[in-house]
Design a protein around this ligand. Structure first.
Ligand code: PMP
Length: 448
């Protein structure tokens, strides 16, 4: 099996190199970029060099060699509203080109409108803004520690919440350890954080028992190690246990916002103390946001000892800027609407059913899981119950082969996942094209 797969992968790599000479040349010229890429994780490619972007529109991108690709990656959720949706372009152009003032440290009325809409969607009612979901999480954790006067944070093993120092902890055979590859860790993460497996109620109860955890930071369904759905009753148990322990519950909805307009929080009737979100809600422009319950906001604002206004550790010069706010107001109000979600979720169901048919036809030991407008396959069956199980099921060679096979024929998945996300511009024909090409890629595999 492995020899055949290696040969198939080598063939796809050669085809990729042959069809993308301009991307290769651009990559080779980029001597002064660290690792030859503008952001080190753009080096994550199934081939020797990444594809360079020329332009993008709706559910499509065109690379530097002129190939049109159906984009199911959508900037790993940052472009879930589609590339440059018209309403967002209009609002951004008006703000930046006509009115001016992208960044002034003065509020605009767009911000209050965005906060009102986020409240309607997610339930929590006092919002503040950042430029990335990472910073939204980072600042939410600081606020949680300040309010509870507790030192620790608890996360799920092999979760991802951005480059938040306290979150790089995983379970190990002899207890919690720093996540493999943690770059220049500023402190021993096992002293600031606790970690449990997703879907493990007993472990959570045990780790909350010392009452030193300020907040549990979690996705209601894991999305960064494949999709891992909560088992029945799990999220209710998390809420009950955190409440009992005096620990705040932060739902990171940055990716799970695929579940519906109010993410899993609204779709599943959850009641977190804090919601964090980012990426998609400003149509691809930088934004992060965190929302607190009214009660929590009161507790926080009543604390005269906390410097929330100047250099207290929460805030950023460009956070809440007028351009991001104009973009978010238009994106939420006119692009990522309830109707758009209905269509995106129906397309994702079509995609998921198609992949399931392939799995059944070929007897593949895979699972495909859907979270609203997002669908992902994993190379294990039954599916993972937690992040560690999912981590251990990774098959880099098979993943690279499938990614390149699809890419060489006009379909792009997220480099870090076998994930497909639908945007308002995705069509049934796009979904069917992916299924047809994936079917051919699978048919070439020796197990098929
Ligand atoms: N939260 C989750 C759940 C994420 O998946 C990510 C990034 N993939 C982040 C936060 C951080 O987002 P950003 O890198 O845009 O800050």
């Amino acid at each position: 099996m492995s020899d055949v797969l290696s040969e198939l992968l080598a063939r796809e790599r050669a085809a990729y190199a042959a069809r993308n000479p301009r991307s290769r040349a651009a990559h080779e010229r980029a001597d002064h970029l660290l690792g030859r890429v503008p952001m080190t994780w753009m080096a994550k490619s199934a081939a020797e060099f990444p594809l360079y972007l020329d332009r993008a529109s709706g559910a499509r991108v065109w690379d530097a060699d002129g190939h049109e690709l159906v984009d199911f990656c959508l900037g790993d959720t940052g472009a879930m509203a589609g590339h440059s949706p018209e309403a967002t372009v209009k609002a951004v152009t008006r703000r930046y080109a006509e009115l001016g003032g992208a960044t002034t440290m003065m509020p605009t009325e767009d911000a209050a409108a965005v906060a009102e809409e986020l409240t309607r969607r997610f339930g929590v009612s006092r919002w503040s803004f950042a430029l990335t979901a990472t910073d939204a999480n980072r600042w939410a954790l600081r606020l949680a520690r300040a309010v509870t006067e507790r030192p620790r944070v608890l996360v799920m093993s092999f979760s991802y919440h951005g480059s938040v120092d306290e979150s790089f902890i995983v379970t190990g055979p002899d207890g919690p350890v720093s996540r493999p590859g943690n770059v220049g860790a500023p402190f021993d993460v096992t002293r600031t954080s606790r970690v449990v497996e997703f879907n493990d109620v007993e472990a959570l109860e045990r780790e909350l028992a010392p009452c030193d955890v300020a907040a549990v930071l979690m996705e209601p369904a894991m999305t960064n190690m494949g999709i891992v759905l909560p088992e029945p009753g799990y999220l209710a148990a998390v809420r009950e246990l955190t409440r009992r322990a005096g620990t705040l519950l932060i739902n990171d909805e940055t990716h799970t916002v695929s579940a519906g307009p109010g993410g899993c929080t609204r779709a599943w009737g959850l009641r977190p103390d804090v919601v964090t979100v980012g990426k998609a809600i400003a149509g691809g422009l930088p934004i992060g946001a965190y929302g607190l319950t009214g009660e929590l906001a009161e507790r926080l604002l009543g604390r005269a000892d906390l410097d929330l206004v100047d250099t207290g550790g929460v805030g950023g010069t460009l956070a809440g800027n007028a351009l991001s706010m104009a973009a978010a107001r238009a994106t939420l109000g006119e692009v990522l609407t309830e109707g758009a979600y209905d269509r995106m979720i129906a397309l994702s169901a079509r995609y998921t059913e198609g992949v399931q048919r392939l799995i059944d036809t070929h007897g593949l030991p895979w699972v495909v899981t859907r979270l609203g407008a997002r669908s992902e396959y994993r190379f294990m069956a039954p599916g993972p119950r937690n992040g560690t199980e999912s981590y251990l099921s990774t098959d880099a060679e098979l993943e690279d082969y499938l990614h390149l096979y699809l890419l060489n024929r006009g379909v792009m998945l997220t480099p870090f996942h076998n994930m497909a996300l639908m945007c308002p511009d995705t069509t049934e024909a796009d979904v069917d094209l992916h299924l047809e090409i994936l079917g051919a890629a699978v048919a070439a595999l020796p197990t098929a």
